[in-house]
Design a protein around this ligand. Structure first.
Ligand code: KG4
Ligand code: ZN
Length: 336
């Protein structure tokens, strides 16, 4: 089945990146354009939904046009148009979905309504490792909105094992970043600060519950908040706190992932989503898993992009899956 070829224009606008990409055969990136709104939202300390959707409207046409021109393709060369239908911010999702529908109707092309989380999972098929990927694999999705463990037994086949009971890992990074006075988004800022910090100066809670594959980060966030209150703002040991917080998150993520991977005897561990860019998580996962391969997307494909949406859409396309043109966005879409 995998031999069938496809050229898919993919559009992703679920949060604060306006993205379009052209993907060949679910593997080869012909173009990958991302217009980030991060600087715009930094002044609010987080994504301002109303501002995000308006910005998407302003740039979506230029982003799609650039993706097509960079791929040296005309619309008639496309086999399908794919777009994220959820999960995400409703106003943001609607912009990408309506752009995709417009193109699909105008060009009489099939449309594929994709799940953002499945997109993150398939970001790994855009890497050099793809030909070696054999099932079962354990997948940890760690992003601003999700912290979930899935056992993947075949293409597009997932068993949900557990996830966060409160904050997502990326959300915890962003909130703690704010507590430490670091710029938004907190994840990359904490990653950088932690490099110059001593993780042993503070002992933060791990919340590693027995036998379960669930996560909890709100207690950790509260512990950091309490520690911060013990200092004059000018004297806050930002680097040490960042390092200790990051170590606590990484420890929980790696411990649960390893436990799940071992219990299901998987061939590899996959880590995807924005937080998979974290340098300490990458180092510790690789160390703890030993001979079991641990795979991460290249840094540019960890955070939101449309290439990953094209990668998962290929899997649906070759299985003759199509969506009706009147599909709706689903802000809280799940996968399994
Ligand atoms: O996947 P993503 O771009 O958007 C969602 O689907 O949520 O993930 C964004 C999240 C943010 O919370 C950001 O702080 C986090 O990924 N992030 C990181 C790093 N780079 C991005 N967290 C920790 N370390 C990083 N290097
Ligand atoms: Zn994402």
């Amino acid at each position: 089945m995998d031999e069938r070829s496809s050229r898919i224009l993919a559009i992703e606008t679920s949060c604060d990146e306006t993205a379009a990409a052209v993907i060949e055969d679910g593997r080869r990136i012909m173009s990958n354009v991302i217009a980030s709104q991060t600087n715009l939202h930094a002044q609010y300390g987080g994504v301002f939904p109303e501002v995000a959707s308006r910005k998407h409207v302003e740039v979506i046409y230029a982003v799609v046009d650039k993706a097509m021109r960079s791929a040296y393709l005309g619309y008639d060369d496309l086999d399908a148009v794919a777009v994220t239908r959820g999960p995400g911010l409703v106003g943001s999702l609607l912009v990408g979905v309506n752009a995709a529908k417009g193109i699909a109707v105008a060009r009489n092309a099939p449309i594929l309504a994709m799940n953002h989380i499945e997109g993150h999972i398939y970001s790994l098929w855009l890497t050099e490792a793809a030909p070696e990927i054999e099932f079962p694999v354990m997948t940890l999705v760690v992003s601003g909105g999700h912290t979930d463990l899935y056992l993947m037994t075949d293409h597009l086949t997932y068993q949900y094992l557990g996830g966060t009971l409160d904050d997502a890992a990326g959300e915890a990074f962003d909130k703690v970043g704010r507590l430490l006075g670091l710029p938004y988004p907190g994840g990359p800022a904490i990653d950088a600060a932690a490099r110059n910090g001593n993780p042993h100066r503070f002992k933060f809670p791990r919340a590693i519950m027995d036998d379960e594959y669930d996560f909890s980060f709100s207690g950790l966030k509260t512990a950091v908040m309490r520690a911060v209150k013990g200092y004059h703002p000018d004297l806050l040991p930002v680097n040490d706190m960042a390092a200790a917080f990051q170590e606590a998150v990484v420890d929980a993520l790696v411990t649960k992932s390893y436990r799940a991977a071992e219990a299901h005897n998987v061939r590899a561990m996959h880590v995807v989503g924005g937080v998979s860019a974290n340098s300490a998580l990458r180092a510790e996962m690789t160390k703890r898993f030993g001979v079991v391969p641990v795979r991460f997307p290249p840094l540019a494909l960890c955070t939101d992009n449309a290439a990953m949406i094209g990668a998962v859409a290929h899997q649906y396309f070759i299985r003759d899956y199509r969506d009706p043109i009147n599909f709706d966005v689903i802000p809280n879409l799940q996968i399994a």
